[in-house]
Design a protein around this ligand. Sequence first.
Ligand code: GLA
Ligand code: ZN
Length: 655
Amino acid sequence: MLFGVDYYPEHWEKSEWKEHARLLREGNFNVVRIAEFAWGRLEPNEGRFDFSWLDEAVETLAAEGIRVILGTPTAAPPRWLVKKYDVYLRDKYGRVRGYGSRRECCANNRYYQERSRVIVEQLAKHYGKNPHVAAWQIDNEFGCHDSARCYCGHCKNRFAQWLTERYGTIDNLNQTYGTVFWSQEYESFYDVILPAYTSCEGTYGDLWAHNPSLDLDFYRFSSDSWARYQQMQIAIIRRYSDAPITHNMMGHFSDLDYYELGKSLDVVSWDNYIDNQWNHNTYENTAMAHELMRGVKNKNFWVMEQQAGPCGWDKFGGTPRPGQLRLWTYQAMAHGCEGMLYFRFKSAPFGMEQYWLGVIDHDGIPRRRYYELQQTGAELGRLSYLFADSQTLTDVLLVKSYEHVWSHKIKAHVQGFDYRELLYVYYRANQHLGTNPACGPETMIDGRYKVVYLPACVIVSEELEKRLAAYVAGGGTLVLTYRSGIKDGGNNMITETIPGRLRKLAGVTVQEFDSSPIEVTLTDGFGISRLWRDILETETAQAVVSYDSEYYKGSPAVTVNPYGRGRVWYVGCDLEEEALSVLVKRITDEAGAAYLPHPSGTEIVKRRSGEREYVMLLNHTPDAVEMGVSGISLLHGGQFDGTLGGYEVELLETS
Ligand code: GLA
Ligand code: ZN
């Protein structure tokens, strides 16, 4: 199993490398991710390459049994490059996203593409057959620092080509976009604008001023642009190397379609910072992020950067408590991680990230974080047979669509609606119940799941309609919510009665909706709806919960419809946490889906590796907890008596 750190030999004197390699080996690390920001040292002037220092670093590490994941260094162009070529992103106000940090280049910029091609080819040629290269990482965190979308001339031209491929004729585009609205009909694809700053923006608060079809296509195009740029690098590396290729994604990040980006990768990896300057993540949110990353390829993944200490750019987040680094590692493993690297090894005293503490501090002395990871590495070394090709056993799937993220963002329906928050609310209710849902794309929907949650499925393609019908007809339980089936692929409102393609499945129509910012009570102790209420009429469905106030008192709010051998729930309004828990439990029970009860603040995850089944217990609280299960510990050998210490983990044999 890969167990390692992110290491930057170029940040240190050569004389220190040996000592670092020794500490790494003694820390039980066996791999480092390397060179992903070293373009300036690898190509100090245009066309002059120097791999000698990296060769030496790779050899020094190899001498201690440590392999490398080699990063292509294209996320940070060297100074000479930007002085000679204008490769910068332009923001929607036409401002240059200039030099001084990183990720300032545009995916469609032909100079950037060309210089990227050259450095990647040189690296691939030089290291393609090197036995110490365990894998490749393409670039670094595509899209981070709000770099997914650019409004430059290169993008405008490329967008015209992209639209030509998609629409064929400009009439077709005009028709799809409805550009007749406000006299926006285009004469040619090169005429089509990028949705940059325009007169309406900002005049009515948080407003997207452009044609919503154009906005959605620009999101799609921008995402495709990075997938294409990545593909360009992958094709080069494949010519020289058989090692697996990955890219480090960012969990919940949604400016790029990770399902598309993942297609050409051998393995997905991601960067997991639980507590930092910007975020104090809950354990449920982190668990969901792991599942989302697993869902990208429906395959186990690596964590390429796992938090190793207190971190932030100009302010620190929280300091990980003793036990938490180990706990977070096991949490990743519980959700499908097969390789774990910590960011970073030694903390940098200079540069933007001088506050981003690594495994060892600025003074290079190993302290508790190093020793905790050393212990973790030793344990995982012994337990690796439990994780390779393992799977989490679950009957439940939660679907996320990037198109839906974008469509809901472009027009958010009502103040306070947030599609990703809605997904999280359903995830959390399931986590608390103990169904440990998988998360992923629509294409994962199949009969292996007893329950599929598809919240706010705004755009329903014909293909999805068929997939859902087959799934439910075959016996599956599908859960839909308000704001589903309302738009077409052009991001326009459908002209059939809502929920359009989902109507037969759900057995309801939406007669009206109430988006007023008021509190509406629900029957059956279901509390209050505050955000959105579909006023439903049942066709073949049955009402489960109804509205108990307002002019639509008595109309169904939550319904269930038999369809084939399965059932479809339609949740027409937002629900309070407690009501949602009750509903999720009922849905789970009625579908016969499995769940593992567990105390609050903990996880119990059932897994399988080969013939062997086991459960992982994770206590995210600082206090000892009675877990309600016992058994033989795979971690310690003896009997586990049911009490799990604060920030502790346990693995129990079940077969
Ligand atoms: C990201 C990047 C790293 C580093 C860390 C900390 O995850 O991939 O290079 O910048 O954040 O900020
Ligand atoms: Zn651009």
